[in-house]
Design a protein around this ligand. Structure first.
Ligand SMILES: C[S@@+](CC[C@H](N)C(=O)[O-])C[C@H]1O[C@@H](n2cnc3c(N)ncnc32)[C@H](O)[C@@H]1O
Length: 294
C-alpha cells in the first residue's frame, strides 16, 4: 500500500516515465490509457498495474535522479552527473545550510533540498520572476518546498543571508559576485560554480586568485552509457560530451599581515676582538658532519 501524497513513478512497457503525487481519487493519463491511482496505491512499489487498455505499468518509488530528470524546465538544468559530484565534494548532507543562485527551474535546488534533510536549509536566489515561480512549483511537486527559502532577487544587489556552510553559483558571470561571498558563508566554506566555457572559467579563476579563496579546483565529468545487451555489450552511439566545468574553492578568512620575526641587532652581540665578528652563543654544527658509528 502506498500512502496518499507519496511520489510514484509509473513506467510504460516502452520505458516512458510518468511522475505522480499519489491521490487515490484521481486517474493517471498515459499513452496506453488511464490508470486508477487507487490501484497504484493498492499495488505498492515494485509491482505492476494495468491501464484500462490492459497494458502493464511498473510502479516504482522515484529516486532523486528521477526527480531531477522530471523537473519541468524553462532553463537549462544541471545534469545529475555534476550534481552528484558537487554534493559529495561540497559536503552537502543532513543539517547543511546552502546558498544557491540562480535557481533557474530548480533542478539543483531539488537535489540540495533532498540532501540537507529536515534539519538543513537551502536558500536560493533567482532574479527572474517566471523562473522563481516555476521552481517553486517544481519544489512543491517534489514535496521538498518546506526545506527551501526562495528569494526573487538579483544577487548584484547582494546576498542578505549569512552563515551558510556552502554556496553554489550557476550564473553566467559568477566572478562579479565573489565579493558577496565573505558575508554569506562561514570561514572555510566550500564554494562551487558551474560554467559552460573555458574563457568564463579563466575569468572566474582570476577573480578567485584575488582572494580570499584557496584550494581551487577545475574539472569536468564525462559519463558514457552502454547498451545493456549481454551478447553485444558496447557503448551507446551518442553521448552528452560537454555540459559544463565545475570549479570549487574554499572561502578563507583573510590572514593577518605577516610580520618578519624580530632579529636581535648585531651591534648588541659580543664581538671577537681579533676578527671583529660577532661571537655565536651556540655550538655550530657542520652540515656534512658524519653521524656516529652505530
Ligand atoms: C542555468 S540557470 C540555473 C539552473 C539551475 N542550476 C538548475 O539546475 O535548474 C541560471 C539562472 O540564473 C539566473 N541568474 C543569472 N544571473 C543572476 C543574478 N545575478 N541573480 C540572480 N539570478 C541570476 C537566471 O535568471 C537563470 O534562471
Amino acid at each position: 500500500m502506498i500512502d496518499t501524497g507519496a511520489l510514484v513513478l509509473l513506467i510504460s512497457p516502452k520505458g516512458k516515465r510518468y511522475l505522480h503525487k499519489l491521490d487515490p481519487a484521481l486517474e493517471a493519463h498515459t499513452h496506453d490509457g488511464k490508470i486508477l491511482m487507487s490501484e497504484v496505491a493498492e499495488a505498492g512499489y515494485g509491482h505492476h498495474v494495468r491501464t484500462h487498455m490492459g497494458r502493464p505499468y511498473l510502479v516504482l518509488k522515484p529516486t532523486l535522479y528521477d526527480l531531477i530528470k522530471r523537473v519541468k524546465r524553462q532553463t537549462q538544468i544541471m545534469y545529475p552527473k555534476e550534481i552528484g559530484y558537487l554534493i559529495l565534494k561540497m559536503g552537502i548532507g543532513p543539517g547543511t545550510t546552502v546558498i544557491e543562485s540562480g535557481t533557474g527551474s530548480g533542478g539543483l535546488t531539488t537535489a540540495l533540498a533532498w540532501c540537507v534533510g529536515d534539519t538543513g536549509k537551502v536558500i536560493t536566489y533567482e532574479r527572474r520572476e517566471e523562473f522563481y515561480k516555476l521552481a517553486g512549483k517544481n519544489l512543491v511537486r517534489a514535496g521538498l518546498d518546506h526545506r527551501v527559502e526562495q528569494v526573487n532577487q538579483d544577487i548584484t544587489d547582494g546576498i542578505q543571508h549569512t552563515g551558510a556552510d556552502a554556496l553554489f553559483l550557476d550564473v553566467r558571470t559568477p566572478w562579479e559576485y565573489l565579493h558577496h561571498i565573505p558575508g554569506a558563508v562561514i570561514p572555510g566554506a566550500m564554494c562551487g560554480f558551474l560554467l559552460p566555457t573555458t574563457n568564463q572559467v579563466c575569468d572566474l579563476l582570476r577573480g578567485l586568485e584575488d582572494g580570499p579563496f584557496c584550494d581551487v579546483e577545475v574539472m569536468e565529468i564525462l559519463v558514457r552509457h552502454y547498451k545493456t545487451n549481454p551478447d553485444r555489450l558496447r557503448p551507446e552511439d551518442r553521448m552528452v560530451a560537454h555540459t559544463g566545468f565545475l570549479i570549487f574553492a574554499r572561502y578563507m578568512e583573510p590572514a593577518e599581515p605577516w610580520e618578519p620575526p624580530v632579529v636581535e641587532a648585531v651591534e648588541s652581540l659580543e664581538t671577537d676582538e681579533t676578527t671583529d665578528e660577532p661571537i655565536a652563543d651556540f655550538e655550530s654544527v657542520e652540515d656534512d658532519q658524519e653521524s656516529p658509528e652505530e
